[in-house]
Structures are given as C-alpha cells and as structure tokens.
Design a protein around this ligand. Sequence first.
Ligand code: ADP
Ligand code: ZN
Length: 736
Amino acid sequence: MTKDSLNLFGESAAVRTVPVLVPMPAPVPYSYKVPEHMHVEPGSIVQVPLGPRIVTGVVWDDEASGDKVDAKKLRAIEHVFDCPPLAKDMRVFLDWVAAYTISPPGLVARMALRAPTAFDPEPMVEALRLVSKDVSRMTPARERVLELASDGFSWTRLGLVHAAGVSASVVDGLVTQGVFETVFLPPPPIVAAPDPDYAEPRLEGPQKAAGKVLVKSVGKATFGVSLIDGVTGSGKTEVYFEAIAETLRQGKQVLILLPEIALTASFLDRFQDRFGSKPAEWHSDLAPKTREKVWRQVVTGEVRVVAGARSALFLPFSELGLIIVDEEHDPAFKQEDRVFYNARDMAVVRGRIGDFPVVLVSATPSVESQVNALQGRYEMIHLPTRFGEAAMPDLKLIDMRKHPPARGGFLSRVMLKGIAKTLEKGEQSLLFLNRRGYAPLTLCRVCGHRFQCPDCSSWLVEHRFRGQIQCHHCGHSEPTPDACPECGTLDHLVACGPGVERIAEEVDSHFPDARTIVLSSDMAGGVKRLRLELEAIAKGEADIIIGTQLVAKGHNFPLMTLVGIVDADLGLANGDPRAAERTFQLLSQVTGRAGRTGLKSHGLIQTYQPGHPVMQAIVSGDAEAFYDREIHEREKALLPPFGRLASVIVSAADRAEAEGHARGLRRSAPNADGISVLGPAEAPLALVRGRYRFRLLIHGRRNSDLQAFLRAMLAAGPKQRGSVQVQLDIDPQSFL
Ligand code: ADP
Ligand code: ZN
C-alpha cells in the first residue's frame, strides 16, 4: 500500500499520491493523485493524463519515489482497469532490465503493456439456453434446432444456426416463442488447460537419467539453471516436457521461449500430443485480437503455458514457475531495437527474481552457457546420442580447391552426385545457403558500376523471381534495370555470387524433373505460406529444398537424408568475435536436419578452408575440442564471458555530426580501472537508412560495472542535438 503524503502547501486534506510509470522514455515514474474512493495498488494498470493526452501506465512501487511535483499541479488518475495488477516480481524484473540495459524504465514497461484492449475484461458472450419445448408449429428445421439444443448446454445464436443448418430466422422465431432464454457466458479460454498426465512418454536410455535430474531440480521450485546439451534428435524436447509437467502439477505457469515459433507449428502439435492441448502462442505474426486475448489470459492465469518469441518474456505472468529457453544459443533471442536485450540472459534474471528454475536447451550451447556450466553455476545435463534407431549423419568436407564447381556454377560435382543418389532413393536433399535472393551484387561489365543502396552502405541484392534489386537493410527496392545507369550500356549487367534463387536455378538445370522448393523469409505469402511449405516438405512433397537458416530451425523432415552446405565459409569472414562459434552452431544445426528418423544420412560441406578448426570440429564430431579451444581463446582475450563488452552506436543524418558526437563521448569517458574504450570508428555498416553510424566499443573485466561507466560517460558527454541518436548495446552480439 502507498503511504499518504501530506500536502505541504497548507491545505488540510491529505492527498494520496502514487508513482505511475508511463510508457514513454521517461527516466522515473511520475506522481499522480489518487481520487477518493479509488482503489489502486502497486502494479495496477491505470489511465493518467500526460500533457494533452491520456495514457496507460502502471502504478509503481513506493521506493521509486517518482518526481516531486507541487501538490497543486498534481493531476489525478483517471481510471483503473479491471485487471489483475502486474505481479511484484514482474515489476522488479522490469526495473532490473531497465537498469541493466540503461533504458528508460517506461520503455521497458511498455513492452509489458502491449495489449491496449486487454486491460478490461473481455465482454461476456451472449448465448441461448433451452427452457421450453412448447413450439406452436413444428417444422423439420425447428426440430433440428431443438434436438441440438436439448444437450443441456448453452449455444450461441450463430453456433445453433450453423450446427443445425437452418437460417437465422428459424432460431429467432423460437426465441420469440420463449423456447430459449438469453444467458451470458464468460468468453472461452484461448487454449484448454494442459494436462501434465495426459500422455506420459517412456524416456529411454540417457533420457531417463536426464529426465530424473531435471524433474528433481525443477521440483525444488527455487531458482537454478539447468543446461540440456544434447545432439539434434536426442529427445531434448521430450525431456524438458517432463520439467513442464512437474511445474504444471505444482500449479504454476510455464513459458517456453523459441527462436522461430511462428514457423514451428509442429512444436505445437507435439505439445498437444503430450499434454492434450496446445500452448498459447505469442509472436509478432499473431492477429492483434488473439495477442490481446493471450495477454489477458496470461495475467488472469487462464493460460498455463505460453510458447513464444523473445517478447513473451514481458508477458504479465502472475504465477510463473518455469522458463525453458530452447535453442538458447540462437542470435534471434537478442533484440536490437530500442531496448537492446538478450532474452536468454534476461530469462535467467527473471528466474532469479521470481525464484524459480530456468532450463536452457541446445545442441550447440553458447560459449557463455558452457562456461557457466563448467564453472558450476549451471547444472549440465547431457544427451550424447540420438533417440532410437537414428544415427548422426555422416559428414564430409568438399574441398572446393580440389573439386571446383563448373564455370558459372556454385555446386561441386561431388555435391551434385550426392543429390543425384538421394533422388534415386526417393529421399530428400536440403541445400543450405544463408543468402536471400538471386545474387548479392550486380555490376556493369563495361564500366564496373556496382548497384548500391542510396540510403545504406550495402549492395543491392538481386531478387530475380520478383524482378527487383533490393536493400536488405532498409528494404529499398527498384526494378532490375536493363541498362547501366552510369555508362548506359544495355544488357551488360552481371550477377556476382549466389543467393538461394540462383542455386535453385542451377539445381533445376541439373535435375529438371525434381520437385524443388526455395525457402527464405522474404518469399511472397509470408508466414502462412512458409508454414504450408514446411508441412509439404515434412510430408515428402519436395525432392530438393534450397533454403536459408529458416529451414535450419527445429523442423523434423523424416525423408531428409542429405544436407549440403553451399558455402560453409560465409560466416567466418567478418570480424565478429563469435564468428567461429556461430558458424559451428549453424553448420551443426543445419546438418542435424538429416536422418532424424533412422534412414542413413549424409552431410556435404563445401569449403575453401577445410583445415579451419570449425570445419574440423564439424567433420570429426568433436564438439568438446572445439569448445575447449574457443573457451581458451576467449579467456586469453578477456572476451565474454571472461570479460564484458558494450557498444555505443552514434548515428546522425550528417556524417560529421555523428563523428563529432562520438568523439565527444569518447573524451567524456571516465577513468576506470580495467575498463577501456575502443574507437570511435566508422561502423562496418557505415550508412543505414540515410544515417551515418560510428561505434565505440567498451571493454571491461568480468566484474567491471560497465553500466556505471556508461552512465557517467553519457552524463559528461555532449548534449544530444539535431538528428544525433545514441544507442547502447550491453553484451552486443552484432558488431556491424
Ligand atoms: P531434439 O529436441 O533433441 O532435437 P526431439 O525431442 O525432437 O529431439 O526428438 C527427436 C525425435 O525422437 C522426435 O520425433 C521425438 O518424437 C522422438 N522421441 C524422442 N524421445 C522419445 C521417446 N522417449 N519416446 C518416443 N519418441 C521419442
Ligand atoms: Zn538500404
């Protein structure tokens, strides 16, 4: 409860004020008057006046004292929504995220309030209940309606109309005769409650021990982190379902974070097979109405399990008892917009604050999580072999220096042979290339002109299916030209390098009768179409699939026995400290799509660097050696998790302005033991959407307080003027 604060301006009435956090970049909650007879408590969702507007905010805790406003100027809360308050641990979590990411708490709270119409209860549903069978004139249509409605349940008017196959006037006629009474029912839950004992699996082999250990940890119902490290197809999902069952039995809610939930419909089916009903989904492709329902039913506790993308971490659970982070190494858990956060790391924080267990799951855990497990902070659970008959694919490197592709092509003869053999057996091949479109660069053969985005420092990517060249950073697109804009020569433009569309063209020329599918996130038809295509592949309706990383995540394709990596070196070239780790993870994950149901399977990896440690680790299957080496290198260089990093990205419409501001910040950096500043340097992506970008990289020891350092630097730095924007990225994943 909030304490009354006396009006210091001589008036006698005691005015009760509370801090309210509004969804704006405000640094502190604002104070508001609570009208007499209004009941609010910390966490209450309210409407308050702010300037000329009315906004939605959350009553915050007293410790967050709010601003000090002259009592005469205090404005009053206008409305309290009929909604359970945000739980205490959620409020503490939001404050924590704000402090850690150095974001205004209001912006973080806004992530928890993204359901504007869900703050009030859903309206009751009008329904009809049979109360009499006295019908003046019976007709076959009326008879059908009566028969259905005699089941003792209430029916909606439309429900009866459709089920009985009659016109609405038939039902309305019966209503007029007093056959039905109108009743009001609560809206149906968006998903039925899952039953932890619906279909208990029989865990086998190493799964048994893993399941036991996990259920025991989760059973303690206190904070602790487990890391399930199991090869693709080992049954990790099956094992963590047991942790979910245990939590449901305790009467708690569960959150499962998945990197590509919108595309993994099969996950929802598996969940249903185990628990009798689907989890509620949460991701940006849900219809707004559905999202609002999920939000509401999470806060009221009707929804017990949510499977969602990273933003689900900010759903207002009232009884959260477990978070699972599947594919915990996945870069998609990092949000790089407004509030920069890593949902994997914040999930662990959420568990610590709420005092409940967190389970991280991966076939290729992040180096950070590996180190946490090695040092005993996380409990490690291993699943070293595939479930049942399935063996890991047999992986081979194709040394492209020895087996180059034919002129104008990108697939080595060895790869083409592999595909041909797989076709003969009636099985599926996947060709993986993490590049959308037809070609990453187009140039003029006569004058050398390269097509570049007018607003970004990036080449325009040709999308031949659509007849466009497009920027992958800002979306700028134009029709593919016939003539060079520089020298005017017609028909002398050449595509350089491959994208998935170009590989598809090459495949078609070699295997004209095969059924091929190209899958990438920019295909027309969006998520719906992609889901259908993925289902079609799983049913064996395609022979050769050419795809980007989209096909690498979580899908189960029973007939897929060959995975070919078109360019394994692609991710190694950039200056990212995690390049080796990421490449290892991606290649393991993609090749792991092969042979999940017991058929003999192969992986063929095209590389110009067969001696590279990543390639060696992949073919030898010796992940441990790879991690040992990677951990050792990070330790030597004091890179995460042995040191800490933060990025400051300064951008402006004017290059000199951006650079000047970045230099100013650098000069304002305080002296701190163990913390150093690199840069500013022009960002590798020097221009995005017409904004020039400069980067500073802050490096600290493991125990350094980077946040305090950054706050001091910003406070002492130049005032943000004109078009200058400063973005802070703690624990950056991207260095572009
Ligand atoms: P992972 O998540 O480790 O890639 P999955 O949990 O998807 O592995 O399991 C791989 C396949 O094996 C799935 O089709 C799954 O249904 C099956 N499977 C795993 N464990 C069992 C089990 N104990 N009983 C029956 N089927 C299982
Ligand atoms: Zn662009």
